[in-house]
Design a protein around this ligand. Sequence first.
Ligand code: HEM
Length: 95
Amino acid sequence: MKFTAFVRYIRQPSGQMPPYSSKITSETELADIYAFLVSLPHPADPKTIPLLTPPSASEKKTMKVKAYRRPQPAPQIPISSPRDSHLTRDVYTRP
Ligand code: HEM
């Protein structure tokens, strides 16, 4: 962003940002803020961040995607099932 565009934006912001008139922030102060911001190191190029890079066509071919299986409801065993007969006994005994 050029300094002129920076000043224009701060005096008349286009979105949610509150405007800063020359009474609040002088041109000299804005120049200092701009110089500071410009002095900051640039962030890494997103292309160098593997997580942000979509896989290439050849990479896609070798990717194995496990098919998603919808969680299945637990099997319903009727209470009268012979498998549960031990539960209906008065005293639990190991089958
Ligand atoms: C001297 C102090 C400030 C400076 C130099 C400044 C500078 C800037 C600049 C240059 C942008 C545009 C970024 C872009 O388009 O790439 C921006 C956007 C923004 N600023 Fe500030 N800002 C200041 C203070 C504030 C304060 C105090 C607030 C909130 C209370 C604020 C809220 C925002 C918001 C929300 C945006 C995003 C644009 C939008 O959608 O409204 N800024 N600011």
